[in-house]
Write a protein that binds this ligand. Structure first.
Ligand code: NAI
Length: 402
């Protein structure tokens, strides 16, 4: 039977190739759909692709009885009821790192713009003033860049900034391998004190929320630059405004805010709008066509591999497994089931009674969910999937032919 995928919200065209190569018929929609239409479009879909505007709640999953997997062609998965999806044996995939490079480039560009005093010179030029002077304008070469959070973005930024001749220092709560000549600093205060440009690349956690407050700002080098393109609640925005007012901060670039407009038509208000030496961007750190393309390929490939091989690697809500390609002539049995004693015995008895020979079997569990991939030689009797589906503890059973 031909499988079908429905893609909502104008997902990048590069998503098509992995899916069509897997033999999937595609239906595309340029926008998020109203609930009724969304539900009717999901009715026959084996795979679905969404971005952030389509809410996949339990009613949406009810409307998608054939759904095998869901792809979030974005970073976050808050728009999906992940528990319901897992309860139904539906893996949810996303692309957590598709826009890493885009953020790192914007951060570096922001550092250069701030160090050259470009925001105020540009504003002046637009207002008919000619601020032709080197006052307060610096190269980034030879300056100290302090990176808080040396993960995917922080470490990539480290490489780019080193290439420009910056001296890179970083602080992280986990051990990290330093790239090039970057140096680890084991406490944040030390990093605050030494940085000419300080940039945040940590997630929002109870430990990081408000980490840049008035006390932290007072420990920074007078006139230093501050960049936050990570999460809006990492900085006390009023304290940052006060530090700009006093000159403690020489410039700031912010892409993420404690309160962000819900849509393009809602107004945006921030105390930082009052300052000329500030770059404000509307949470577009990761928003490039290249990132969209990378995300399109990444998530579509994950969906295709789940369809053709049963691979759940990269799924956010089910046990992760990568059983690899299936040999020609073989059949792979995939079973999501309740992670409770006795299920494997029942499954193996069913396989044994079918007369098929098991050539490989893998089991992974996550919380209350188990996932088995068993490669079988030999013909399976008609009704085998229905038989396994009816076993106590079975959630979702599927066969793939090699
Ligand atoms: P990541 O998870 O790869 O790296 C985060 C790093 O922060 C990890 O190395 C972690 O150990 C470290 N960390 C956690 N708590 C810390 C603490 N208290 N002190 C020091 N280090 C700490 O994350 P990734 O992909 O590099 O993303 C970084 C941030 O950028 C995230 O907040 C993410 O949401 C944000 N982001 C923003 C985008 C935008 O459009 N502006 C787009 C993509 C990501």
């Amino acid at each position: 039977m031909t499988q079908s995928a429905v893609l909502f919200e104008n997902i990048h065209a590069l998503a098509d190739a992995p899916l069509t190569s897997a033999g999937v018929d595609l239906v595309r929609h340029g926008a998020a759909l109203p609930v009724d239409t969304l539900h009717s479009e999901l009715a026959q879909a084996s795979l679905a692709g969404i971005r952030s505007r389509t809410k996949m709640n339990s009613a949406a999953f009810d409307a998608a009885p054939q759904l095998l997997a869901l792809g979030c062609f974005c970073i976050g998965t808050n728009q999906v009821d992940l528990v319901t999806a897992a309860d139904r044996g539906i893996p949810v995939f996303n692309a957590p790192f598709g826009n890493t490079r885009s953020v790192a480039e914007l951060t570096l560009a922001s550092a250069i713009m701030l160090m050259r005093g470009i925001p105020m010179r540009s504003a002046a030029a637009k207002a008919g003033k000619w601020m032709k002077s080197a006052d307060g304008a610096h190269e980034v070469r030879g300056k100290k860049l302090g990176i808080v959070g040396y993960g995917n973005i922080g470490s990539q930024l480290s490489v780019l900034a080193s290439g420009l001749g910056m001296h890179v220092y970083f602080h992280d709560v986990e051990p990290k391998l330093a790239h090039g000549n970057a140096r680890y600093v084991d406490n944040l205060d030390e990093l605050l004190a030494l940085s000419d440009v300080l940039t945040l690349h940590v997630p929002s956690t109870p430990r990081t929320q408000g980490m840049i407050d008035a006390a932290a700002l007072s420990k920074m080098k007078p006139g230093a630059m501050l960049i936050n393109q990570a999460r809006g609640d990492l900085m006390d925005i009023d304290a940052v405004a006060a530090a700009l007012e006093s000159g403690q901060l020489g410039g700031v670039a912010v892409d993420v805010f404690p309160v962000e407009p819900a849509s393009k038509s809602d107004p945006f208000v921030s105390p930082l709008q009052a300052f000329e030496n500030v770059i404000l961007t509307p949470h577009i750190g990761g928003s490039t066509l290249e990132a969209q393309a990378a995300i399109g390929t990444d998530v579509a490939s994950k969906l295709a591999r789940f369809l053709t091989e049963g691979a759940t690697k990269g799924a956010v809500n089910v046990p992760e497994m990568d059983p690899g390609p299936l040999s020609a002539g073989q059949t792979r049995l995939l079973s999501f089931h309740g992670n409770a004693p006795g299920y494997l015995t029942r499954l193996n008895e069913a396989v044994s009674a079918s007369g098929a020979n098991v050539t490989a079997q893998r089991l992974e569990t996550k919380g209350e969910l188990g996932f088995v991939a068993a490669d079988l030689d030999g013909e399976l009797p008609a009704g085998f999937v229905d038989y396994v589906s009816a076993l106590e503890g079975s959630i979702k059973t599927r066969l793939i032919k090699g």
